[in-house]
Design a protein around this ligand. Structure first.
Ligand SMILES: Nc1ncnc2c1ncn2[C@@H]1O[C@H](COP(=O)(O)OP(=O)(O)OP(=O)(O)O)[C@@H](O)[C@H]1O
Length: 211
């Protein structure tokens, strides 16, 4: 019962290249999955597919609420947040303008200014922000509108120790409120997670997918 997301028999391709073959997993409220695997194995591609930006080569991704399937358009459009490792910010907007733009775009209220330690940066154009400051600003939209599944691509990578702890706290709060997180990481997150390690398909699997 409740919400759950199921990935069944998922295969993903980039061009002719089979990246992921027959992946199966499930995630429920309060759960966090650490997605690991070597560079280029397909972690970003998987997150972008779960966010609805890319189509699977085979298999399905489905979300259910109390055993009733949620339409993919509704799921992707209003129930997932994707935070890529390239922060999608407009360089000429100030931090204050960017926050307002994101809130209007999402149909929410500006949030995260204090939680993400952005107060001293409000008048600065985003082009001048450091990598860690950009990541904190990007994170704000996850707090503006509540969406159950956060898809995070290396969320901690540019952050200093103090801000890693701060983001970890926000992630744990999301989980304690029944949220779900799938995060691609190279370093372990500073709290307990379920691991999912992506492996490259075998030559036989690649060959079978090319016909
Ligand atoms: N058009 C294409 N044709 C074939 N292969 C492609 C194409 N575009 C991208 N790729 C490959 O797809 C893979 C994409 O990897 P992705 O970014 O999902 O990996 P990752 O696990 O997130 O890596 P990292 O840990 O380096 O961030 C890479 O191996 C890349 O070389």
């Amino acid at each position: 019962m409740g919400l759950n997301v199921k990935v069944e028999g998922l295969s993903l391709k980039k061009g002719y290249n089979l990246l992921i073959h027959n992946l199966n997993f499930e995630i429920k409220p309060g759960e966090v999955i650490s997605l690991t695997g070597e560079n280029g194995v397909g972690k970003t591609t998987l997150l972008r597919t779960l966010a609805g930006f890319l189509m699977p080569h085979a298999g399905t991704i489905s979300a259910h609420e109390n055993d009733v399937q949620i339409e993919p358009e509704i799921w992707h459009g209003s129930m997932t947040h994707f935070l890529g490792h390239h922060d999608a910010l407009s360089p000429s907007r100030t931090v204050a303008q960017e926050l307002k733009f994101q809130a209007d775009f999402l149909g929410g209220e500006v949030a995260g200014i204090e939680q993400l330690n952005l107060l001293g940066l409000m008048d600065l154009e985003t082009r001048y922000l450091s990598a860690g400051q950009k990541r904190r600003l990007s994170f704000a939209r996850l707090l503006m509108v509540k969406r159950p599944l956060w898809l995070l691509d290396e969320p901690m990578a540019p952050l200093d120790v103090g801000h890693r702890a701060l983001i970890a706290g926000l992630m744990q709060k999301h989980l304690s409120e029944g949220g779900m997180i799938i995060a691609a990481v190279h370093d372990p997150l500073p709290f307990e997670t379920r691991g999912l390690k992506l492996e490259r398909p075998t030559a036989k699997e690649r060959e079978a997918a090319s016909v």
